[in-house]
Design a binder for this molecule. Sequence first.
Ligand SMILES: [Zn+2]
Length: 222
Amino acid sequence: VARTRRAHHDSLRRAGARAPAGVAPEQVVVVPIWQEDTKDEVLEYAEGVADDLDDAGIRVELDDRDGRNPGFKFNEHELNGVPLRIEIGPHEVEDGELTLVHRPDGESVVEDREGVVATVQDHFDEVYAKLYATAEETLDGAVREADDRADILGTLGQHGGYVTAPWCGDEACEEPIKEPMAAEIVMVPFEDDDPLAEADHGETCAICDDDAERTAYFAKSY
Ligand SMILES: [Zn+2]
């Protein structure tokens, strides 16, 4: 199942929409690691990487704070739920590379600097698949179905976990769930694996009653 689903951010990115605030502050953080004699080149390189990602519409933070060591920064971003980290030190600059680290399991991969946008998007796919796999294991059956707003709120309120509902794809339809309960859409299955992504299924959005285009997974945000 994990392979066939992707998280909310990624689906929205592919659909060209903005992901809702509050799921994670950034999708990727760039952490330059320098000594005094390498500071300028490392920072310049890191800024270039962050700019490329930002230009592509990826929510990126360049963490160039002085006075915080890299380990501190890594911890902080992990606690904040940033799914992907890019580490850049003098070696990466010298070799024209980047080190990418996945939040869920700490896997670290060295990639070329060139083509960073496509590379980061590929890594998002992997990271969200890992996050989803973890959630599936943890929840183990805690996914329930609902087909209208009251049902979504009632089911989340009573059981927590995940609630699936047909969704039109419009983020405005997340608001009536978000406001009363601080719940939100946390996942959308891969298009190929979502029966509601196909035509003529006859299902309508649980919130607005327009045609449903995707299955949305709602969960309380913590
Ligand atoms: Zn809707």
